[in-house]
Design a binder for this molecule. Structure first.
Ligand code: CP
Length: 317
């Protein structure tokens, strides 16, 4: 079966997940993003690539970074940007997701950027829009967060130059993390030497080994000699039942402290998709320390989202 994100020419027409996206397309996105990065230093930070196009941001779940950087990215591409306020939209009166999409499509939407608490919502939308309308997943349930993974790949390449030979550790609540899943697919496609997942057994999902990931329950062993550390937030909103004794106990074993950071390579970079819980998964000295690239990730997110929007909008039908 053809990857539903690709058109019949093999071009990216929607971005729903990093799973199954060929390496050359991932690299094309990163290379395109690189051309947009210098734009931020110019007086006029705009290019006309999406002039006349309408981008609709539909965030059914809270967001600071993703929503704002998508808006900045679309604005810098000269698109007209519309942020639907879900709380005061007709979704709050019971309108179905597909009816909302049909109505916005009737307003000549070209790109939908969708964050939804239900895994699969962006895919459902992609199956129902016209062929010249594009859907970008801005995070769905615990399924996928592909633009976060792409900006993470951009950040890793920026600081480490090459994906080969890298050891990357993803630490924490992997079970509920769409970021972890999207990063694992991207990292393995891009050919890093080793992907590790570190966390308590209750937060490590089954099937990681089959995805090419080595699992660790001990931070000292898991962080040993890694080049990149991706910390994850404890996703309390997605936890059913008590999976952890307490956040204090969690921090003691899995919180990234300066001391635990010393298990990694001396030039290891520390990443976090945000929002961060200081004192739960990461201590402030590390989050704000010299090895942290957490705010670089946010900045690169603009160029990466510009790249994704310009590439899908340029895909022929
Ligand atoms: N990383 C991320 O998705 O952050 P937001 O929830 O603030 O968008």
């Amino acid at each position: 079966m053809r990857n539903p994100q690709l058109n019949r020419h093999g071009e990216l027409t929607h971005l729903i997940t990093t799973e199954g996206i060929p390496r050359d397309i991932l690299l094309h996105i990163l290379d395109t993003a690189q051309t947009f990065v210098p734009l931020a230093q110019r007086d006029v930070k705009k290019v006309p690539l999406l002039r006349g196009k309408s981008v609709f941001n539909l965030f059914f779940e809270n967001s600071t970074r993703t929503r704002t950087t998508f808006e900045i990215a679309a604005t810098r591409l000269s698109a007209d940007v519309f942020n639907l306020n879900i709380n005061v939209s007709s979704a709050a009166k019971g309108e179905t997701l597909l009816d909302t999409i049909a109505n916005l499509s009737a307003m000549q939407a070209d790109i939908f950027v969708v964050r939804h608490q239900a895994s699969g919502a962006p895919y459902l939308i992609a199956r129902h829009v016209a062929p010249d309308v594009h859907v970008i997943n801005a995070g769905d349930g615990r399924h996928a967060h592909p633009t976060q993974a792409l900006l993470d790949m951009y950040t890793i390449r920026h600081f480490k130059k090459d994906f080969a030979n890298l050891r990357v550790a993803i630490v924490g609540d992997v079970l509920h993390s769409r970021v972890a899943r999207s990063n694992i697919h991207a990292l393995t496609t891009l050919g890093v030497a080793e992907v590790r997942a570190i966390g308590p057994l209750t937060l490590l999902p089954g099937g990681l080994e089959q995805m090419g990931v080595q699992t660790y329950t001990d931070m000292a062993a898991g962080l040993r000699d890694v080049d990149v550390i991706i910390m994850l937030r404890l996703q309390n909103e997605r936890m059913r039942g008590a999976l952890l004794p307490s956040s204090h106990e969690y921090f003691k074993h899995y919180g990234l402290t300066q001391k635990k950071l010393e298990f990694a390579k001396p030039d290891a970079i520390v990443m976090h998709p945000g929002p961060m819980n200081r004192g739960v998964e990461i201590e402030s000295a590390v989050a704000d320390g010299p090895q942290s690239v957490i705010l670089n990730q946010v900045t690169f997110g603009i160029a990466v989202r510009m790249a994704v929007m310009s590439i899908v909008a340029g895909a022929s039908n």
